[in-house]
Write a protein that binds this ligand. Structure first.
Ligand code: SF4
Length: 65
């Protein structure tokens, strides 16, 4: 999301649909299953949380895109 919202017209990513989808990141229980399946060995739970924090900063006007 942090990249998409900066590389494409941002308004589409600020819809109620995407707000709801992004809020689901708070449901992550850190089980680590996604990390075992990622072919790039990404730290997905932390990446998701970083993206959510950035998204919330954008929504709150603390960060401009
Ligand atoms: S995002 Fe990854 S670590 Fe978080 S609940 Fe889903 S599978 Fe588990």
């Amino acid at each position: 999301m942090s990249q998409m919202i900066r590389r494409a017209p941002s308004q589409a990513w600020l819809s109620d649909h995407w707000k709801t989808e992004m809020a689901r990141i708070d449901e992550c229980v850190d089980c680590g299953l996604c990390k075992t399946r990622c072919p790039y060995e990404l730290d997905i739970p932390n990446l998701l949380r970083k993206n959510l924090a950035d998204y919330n900063d954008i929504l709150a006007g603390r960060v401009k895109v």
